[in-house]
Design a protein around this ligand. Structure first.
Ligand code: CO
Length: 166
């Protein structure tokens, strides 16, 4: 399993629902995606970021007692009117950090690897991470969520940082 980086058409693709009848080994898929996410220092990783075209992602909650897990066919049921802005990164865009505005709290539904439908509420970084990963499944990257000006500033900073570390 390999991390797909920008630019790649699969990152712009709207993915189809995951089909449990296709006999995909979910335990193994989850394990491989979580190891790749953790070794890349990420808190979320979507199917298309590893070249797969179905709707699922893995994420790691802020609560250290909850192990990272896979979320299949995820949906947002409710989003707060209140929004917050926070600097996001993305494993497919190394060294790029962009302040993105999103609803602060959300209520979501997903199917877990045992085919149970789960409904949970998320806030803070967890809420942000879920929304960022769900966007990936719709072919939307965080660079699409901000003005051209904000993106230009972030790209300039990215180039500066690259210059410093190389
Ligand atoms: Co991302």
């Amino acid at each position: 399993m390999k991390l797909i980086k920008h630019p790649d058409d699969i990152l712009k693709q709207k993915l189809e629902d995951f089909d449990f009848d296709q006999g995909i080994n979910l335990e193994e898929l989850e394990k491989n995606m979580i190891s790749l996410m953790l070794e890349s220092n990420g808190i979320g990783l979507s199917a298309n970021q590893v070249g797969l075209d179905k709707r699922f992602f893995v994420m790691k909650l802020q609560d250290p007692n909850t192990p990272p897990f896979i979320l299949i066919n995820p949906k947002i049921l409710w989003a707060s009117e209140q929004q917050s802005e926070f600097e996001e990164g993305c494993l497919s865009f190394p060294e790029l950090f962009i302040p993105v505005k999103r609803p602060s709290k959300i209520k979501v539904e997903y199917i877990d690897k045992y085919k149970n439908t789960c409904i949970i509420e998320l806030n803070g970084i967890d809420s942000r991470c879920f929304q960022h990963e769900l966007d990936h499944l719709d072919g939307i990257c965080f660079t699409d969520k901000v003005s051209k000006l904000k993106l230009a500033l972030a790209l300039k900073k990215q180039r500066k940082n690259n210059g410093r570390t190389k």
